[in-house]
Write a protein that binds this ligand. Sequence first.
Ligand code: COI
Length: 357
Amino acid sequence: MGSQLRIQLTEQKKEKPASDKLGFGIHFTDHMFSMEYTEGKGWHDPQIVPYAPLVLDPAAMVFHYGQAVFEGLKAYRNQNGEVRLFRPDQNFKRLNRSLARLDMPQVDEALMLEALQKLVSIEKEWIPTEESTSLYIRPFVIATEPYIGVRAAHSYKLLILLSPVGAYYASGMKPVKIYVENSFVRAVRGGTGNAKVAGNYAGSLKAQTEAHAKGYEQVLWLDAIETKYIEEVGSMNVFFKVNGEIWTPALNGSILEGITRDSTIQLLKHWGMPVIEKRISIEELLQAHQNGQLEEAFGTGTAAVISPVGEMCWNDNIMKINGGETGSLTQKIYDSITGIQYGLAEDPFGWSVKVEE
Ligand code: COI
């Protein structure tokens, strides 16, 4: 790509936000990456350009039939000034799986990794250095062809935006409260639940708004057939420590294949801990809570990192977990994963990738 990638730098740099005012997904850097796809020609015109609004035809198919997929990863800058990415190859592999599910064209993963390295390196001054801050990276692909018949589009646009962020939850690292949703469902096997598709999130918003009104940060989704088995939380996969074992819902085609989920499982196994991927019913979990065996709960995700869960509510049953405090295993996983992400801890799996400047 070195030779194909066009770079146009802006003269008008924006003011960078103070690190205690970052929030999540509010600020965007000076540049973005974009690339076009045209049927018969493939992906073309990869470029890094000044961040700017898009001009799209109102008939662009993304507005009508929702061909939109996205990814989320982060760049981290440590106190030695090094910039690092965490398993970025996995994000572009998953992007290709999501694209395939929506009948959208595949991207060249090596080319995407190279473009991302370049973009992050150009924007490195935007990467905050304070604890728990990072540069969130949002690659996404949309259908741009102006046409309103129902079929896969013939033209697409891929963009990568960068956003300096703090904690995903407004409450920071404080344990979150989760509402177990009984009537709405997120995804069904054979649908798009395991792809990172914009529509999955659109369908989840009503339940999330209702949960917020009841004082809960996020929704925990149950399976769509029996509304009995735990799937995932709005923006993260979920883990439970029950009587010394660590349980997480097994991937079943409707759960997102989280990269932080996979990393957590690998780390726990590396530490010799019993990790069990299985179908977990909400009744079983309530029972474990009532027996005093539900010791910890936490979510995993790129945005959410490792988020302790302090309380869950299902059918008026309130399950307070570890007295509403962060558990010691949750803290250990958080410290280990973030240590690797920032390039400050031993990285037994070689997950952290240094960005060349
Ligand atoms: C992520 O963790 O990167 C996500 O995509 C979750 C959310 C912000 C949609």
